[in-house]
Design a protein around this ligand. Structure first.
Ligand SMILES: *Cc1c(COP(=O)(O)O)cnc(C)c1O
Length: 399
């Protein structure tokens, strides 16, 4: 394999080879350039980094542990399964790492108002939380269908002081909420910062979100070293791809196998899935060039996954690049397989994972049965509390 200096990407214009970039209207160019300049100047400074690290420690609860899942390791064969416990973060997932970093950056830039998009509501809750912490006004855009499906998270955001705006256009879900948030940003850029929730969107967002999430991989490396172990295989689920790139990025130049798991839904050949890297093709979505799911007429296709957090027709541009240069392997797991892994981890280790995470678990468990004596490190991106209603209704129950 030809040597790539992964840390030098993206370039100044946000390109990961032919992916990424800034495919936006002229009016959006200005705030994106401002953000890029502010990010380089402020977020790269020693004082900012130190302050953020303090917040992540004392408010978010980092470092999150690495847990050796010994019971399932034994049952699956000769591999050792390790879990990076992002589920133990404040608000229950990795999303807070990014929300805190960007809220602090916004504050330092003198912004007083934050906007965000959300699908299942996890990023909305993380953003509303950070805004309460930093005394920032918070507006969250959410598809009206998602508002119906995720009532508890909508209520949590309101308790935290956020205004939740229903988006009625398009499919009334995440991609429409993202469009609406970008529109708000253009008109209110003087006092407003837009906190995007994954490594998607136009440059510099994929880079900023990746950098804030990379603490997952950096911590993991140190922690594995401390227990005298080396990860041979990394596994994470991929929606937009932020928890995955957060784990992967610090390891890209190391001798380690890396696997991203997309949502296979009802199965790849049914068309009802959310697996652009496996079944999509390059195109433009939300201001960047990446693998997307679109039909013959260039319309974005509707997606399906049991987990709302993976239910997105695009993926971060860095993942598209890592797929094409073969550094990372991208696979899929169906709803049913994810569900089985959800029950398995819950019953054998006493950890209830998010349904998104269960996709990574399902693939890693399969792998553990076929490989010999490998250390498999899985990013346990979030806890399953938010999914209890879904699980219960699948069992014909109501909680
Ligand atoms: C939102 C979410 C995801 C998917 O988002 P990525 O940007 O792909 O990480 C995965 N797991 C959990 C728990 C989430 O809340």
């Amino acid at each position: 394999m030809k040597k790539i200096n992964y840390k030098s990407f993206p370039d100044k214009e946000g390109h990961f080879a032919k992916f990424g970039g800034k495919y936006v209207s002229e009016t959006l160019m200005y705030p994106l350039n401002e953000l890029y300049k502010a990010y380089i100047k402020i977020a790269k400074s020693t004082s900012f980094k130190k302050e953020l690290l303090g917040e992540l420690k004392n408010y978010v609860g980092r470092p999150t542990p690495i847990y050796h899942a010994s019971r399932i390791s034994k049952e699956l064969g000769s591999c050792n399964v390790y879990l990076k416990r992002e589920d133990l973060n404040h608000t229950g997932a990795h999303k807070i790492n990014n929300a805190m970093g960007q809220a602090m950056l916004a504050k330092a830039m003198g912004k007083t108002r934050i906007i965000a998009e959300t699908g299942a509501g996890q990023h909305g809750v993380a953003t509303a939380t950070a805004c309460a912490r930093y005394n920032l006004k918070c507006v969250v855009y959410m598809g009206s269908d998602d508002i119906q499906r995720q009532k508890v998270n909508v209520y949590r955001m309101k308790l935290l002081g956020a205004e939740v705006i229903a988006v009625d256009s398009g499919s009334k879900t995440l991609k429409d909420a993202l469009n609406e948030a970008l529109r708000d940003w253009v008109t209110n850029v003087d006092d407003t910062h837009y906190i995007i929730g994954s490594v998607a969107g136009p440059h510099p967002y994929p880079m900023i979100v990746r950098d804030f999430q990379s603490i997952i991989g950096r911590e993991s490396k140190q922690q594995m070293k401390k227990i005298n172990k080396k990860a041979h295989i990394l596994v994470a689920c991929v929606g937009g791809g932020s928890n995955a790139i957060g784990l992967f990025h610090p390891y890209l130049e190391d001798d380690v196998e890396i696997i991203g798991v997309e949502a296979g839904g009802y199965g790849l050949n049914t068309g009802k899935h959310a697996a652009p890297l496996n079944k999509g093709k390059p195109g433009i979505l939300h201001g960047n060039r990446t693998y997307i799911m679109e039909d013959e007429n260039g319309q974005i296709k509707s997606t399906h996954s049991i987990s709302a957090g993976l239910d997105y027709p695009g993926v971060g541009p860095e993942h598209s690049w890592l797929k094409d240069n073969k550094r990372v392997k991208y696979v899929t797991v169906t709803d049913k397989e994810a569900l089985n892994a959800f029950y398995y981890l819950t019953e054998k280790e006493g950890i209830i994972p998010a349904l998104e995470t269960a996709h990574a678990l399902a693939y890693a468990f399969k792998l553990a049965k076929t490989r010999s004596k490998k250390n498999i490190l899985i990013n346990l991106s979030g806890r399953g509390d938010k999914d209890i209603d879904t699980i219960a209704s699948l069992q014909g129950m109501k909680v």
